[in-house]
Design a protein around this ligand. Structure first.
Ligand SMILES: [Zn+2]
Length: 260
């Protein structure tokens, strides 16, 4: 099972994988039914989550029902416990929307919810995050996760998100972080897929963030609040909701909350 999932996730981009695999994962999920883990996004309960990962396959990662991963479940809990996202009237821009969230956010009557992406067939508005086609101070909330490591000029993209956010607005901008790096590594002369994979960890990544990631967001004009509440959470709940990417909590498991 692990090998099959590794092969599939390595060769099919996640945005397509979501559509194809949803059907199959629900069937596989029947074999995982149980009561040990609980997906906060969709409410489904399993013996454990499915393994997932392109290179190092992580156990207990993917919800067979909604396809949420650790980071999605963490974000959902944050929105639920620490924000008024599910009740307040908010205008929301969701760039590169995650499959597990789209339908659930679209159903929320309190939101004016816009999904956007350059390529993803899941998004409503086709746009380049370097040049967002909205006026400044338009949105109360922006989400843009696992995108900045792919874009040519991440600072420009971050500044664009900051520009369209209203004063007093907030957002979540998550990116993969190599915790062994203090400083973000990028080199525009590295362009082939093979070299990018070797240097940045994935063939379509153009940089690898280090522990300076929050400073990078600050450089774009955001106030950044690194939410480390997973450190205070009851370890049983961390286990139950399947929130940890690796064996211990790292900077990848924090939430990077941006404010204007
Ligand atoms: Zn789920």
């Amino acid at each position: 099972m692990k090998t099959i999932i590794r092969i599939v996730t390595r060769f099919i981009p996640r945005r397509y994988l979501n559509r194809v695999s949803h059907f199959f994962s629900r069937i596989i999920g029947l074999f995982y039914l149980g009561n040990k883990v609980n997906c906060p996004v969709c409410g489904a309960k399993y013996r454990k989550f499915l393994p997932y990962g392109r290179f190092k396959t992580r156990d207990n990662a993917l919800c067979p029902n909604c396809l949420s991963l650790e980071r999605h479940r963490l974000m959902w809990l944050y929105l639920q416990d620490k924000t008024n996202f599910f009740s307040a009237p908010l205008k929301v821009l969701h760039v590169a929307p995650e499959y597990c969230f789209i339908k659930r956010f679209e159903k929320l009557n309190n939101l004016d919810y816009i999904t956007a992406d350059l390529e993803s067939p899941l998004a409503k508005v086709k746009m380049d995050v370097h040049d967002i086609p909205f006026e400044e101070n338009t949105f109360d909330v922006v989400f843009c996760n696992h995108t900045m490591e792919h874009v040519e000029d991440d600072l420009k993209a971050m500044r664009e998100l900051q520009r369209v956010l209203k004063a007093g607005g907030w957002g979540i901008i998550q990116s993969p972080i190599n915790i062994k790096r203090d400083l973000t590594y990028e080199d525009p002369s590295i362009t082939s897929e093979k070299d990018r994979e070797e240097h940045f960890g994935q063939k379509d990544h153009v940089r690898e963030y280090g522990l300076d990631y929050p400073q990078r967001l600050e450089k774009a004009g955001f106030e950044v609040d690194v939410d480390k509440s997973i450190e205070q959470m009851d370890p049983e709940l961390v286990e139950r909701f399947g929130l940890l990417t690796y064996e211990e909590i790292t900077a990848e498991d924090y939430l990077y909350i941006v404010k204007k």
